[in-house]
Design a protein around this ligand. Structure first.
Ligand SMILES: NC(=O)N[C@@H](CC(=O)O)C(=O)O
Ligand SMILES: [Zn+2]
Ligand SMILES: [Zn+2]
Length: 427
């Protein structure tokens, strides 16, 4: 199978390459220039006006499979990923049962191989059953196919247990993805603590809830030599903590989710709309500015979605009781272009680095590149096309997004994984 992608702007952060050039793909591999002519191709794609980029990689998704398939399955999650321009995703372990043993890893990988072709690289739990008590067998999980460990959904509150797990991760040479939340400080909080929470009469979550554990985890990584990746950073203090950790020499990266740079707590319209409820919560305008500056400066260098589908009935509960989380796979490209690229916060090259090349580096995998010889994971994005987000049209089972009905720029036109077209939107 030969695919020729013509007339696009090739953006490859792995080589700082930004050229108007065609891309040749044969049998799942990116070829050298001019590898074949248009009439020798099985498919010729006209990417005029578009960016041709390495397939996007999302280090942070929730696919709810096994056990909570009414929210999402690996099949529907992978479809949502393909629609969003993603060719690789890392599902978090907070399933039922959790991904804490080789059998569950195998189940995830088996289901993924029957899905649409998106690469699924599972994240294993830090503790057995995510109970926070006993570290999992990281070597056995790695042998089964995990690429990182995380307790996402919560923090490992016992520092000694976490330290032991980090030592194992360092030994196995895989990163630790940290959800930072001191559960003892939450007190039923459901949105950012501040003026808006008071206006809405809702209990707040302070920045310290996140920052205290962020600092602790950086210190634990420093002591154990573990590679630490901070999930969904949302506070202005976390920016300083990341700078401090990097200055200390910790192997440290940090991710930001689109909702944390696109919205602040002031955008929460009412105490009824639980599509604005996620963890960490939407923070203050000052936090949002600091996070955007951190991305601009490269202090934080990964954009992940934290795609967290929930059923409409669960999200229909009162704000204090509804589950935390919003879907993100099918809106991330447009939200990033609309809020960060068109506004000058990020260059297109930075955006693609943060959504593909840097996530690949975090995992230490040979992706996030358009180099000849690489596997052909490729996404075509039309940055100047605008449309209105329609949650009802999502491939994901989850429709829980605060961005429904919003006008955005940046349409995913084509997703290719291993040289196979897994999503096409010609419009
Ligand atoms: N982010 C969320 O609000 N929810 C996530 C858990 C998590 O990422 O902490 C979920 O699993 O629903
Ligand atoms: Zn989390
Ligand atoms: Zn998460």
């Amino acid at each position: 199978m030969r695919i020729l992608v013509e007339n696009g702007r090739l953006l490859d952060p792995s080589r700082e390459l930004d050229v108007q050039e065609s891309l040749w793909i044969e049998d799942g591999i990116i070829c050298e220039k001019q590898a074949f002519s248009a009439n020798q191709a099985d498919r010729v794609i006209d990417a005029a006006g578009g960016w041709v980029v390495p397939g996007l990689i999302d280090l942070h998704v929730h696919f709810r499979d096994p056990g909570l398939e009414y929210k999402e399955t690996i099949e529907t999650g992978c479809l949502a990923a393909a629609h969003g321009g993603y060719t690789t995703v890392c599902p978090m372990p907070n399933t039922k049962p959790s991904t804490d043993c080789p059998e569950v890893v195998k189940e995830v990988l088996d289901k993924a191989s029957a899905a649409c072709g998106v690469h699924v690289l599972p994240v294993g739990a830090v503790t057995v059953g995510q109970k926070g008590e006993q570290p999992t067998d990281v070597a056995a999980l790695k042998a089964a196919g995990i690429v990182a460990i995380s307790e996402d959904g919560k923090s490992v509150m016992n520092s000694e247990v976490y330290r032991e797990a980090m030592l194992q991760a360092a030994e196995c040479d895989i990163p630790v993805f940290a959800h930072c939340e001191d559960i003892n400080l939450v007190h039923g909080g459901c949105m950012n603590a501040g003026k808006r929470a008071k206006e809405l009469g809702l209990p707040g979550i302070s920045n310290a809830v996140e920052d205290i554990i962020t600092a602790r985890d950086i210190l634990l990584a420093n002591e154990t030599g573990a590679q630490l990746h901070l999930c969904h950073c949302s506070t202005k203090e976390s920016v300083n903590l990341v700078k401090w950790g990097k200055e200390m020499g910790v192997k440290l990266t940090a991710e930001v989710c689109p909702h944390h740079f696109a919205l602040s707590d002031e955008d929460i319209p009412s105490a009824e709309d639980t599509n604005y409820k996620m963890n960490p919560p939407l923070r203050s305008k000052e936090d949002v500015e600091a996070i955007k500056q951190a991305l601009k400066d490269g202090v934080m260098e990964v954009i992940s979605t934290d795609h967290a589908p929930h059923h409409a009935d669960e999200k229909a509960k009162p704000f204090t009781q509804a589950p935390f989380g919003i879907v993100g796979l099918e809106t991330a490209v447009a939200l990033t272009i609309t809020n960060l690229v068109r506004t000058g916060w990020l260059t297109p090259m930075q955006m693609i680095a943060y959504m593909s090349t840097n996530p690949a580096k975090v995992l230490g995998i040979d992706k996030g590149t358009l180099k000849p010889g690489s596997c052909a994971d490729v996404t075509v994005i039309m940055p100047d096309e605008s449309y209105v987000i329609d949650a009802a049209s999502f491939a994901s089972k989850g429709k829980n997004t605060p961005f429904d009905g919003q006008k955005v720029w940046g349409r995913v036109a084509l997703t290719i994984a291993d040289g196979k077209i897994i999503y096409e939107n010609e419009q």
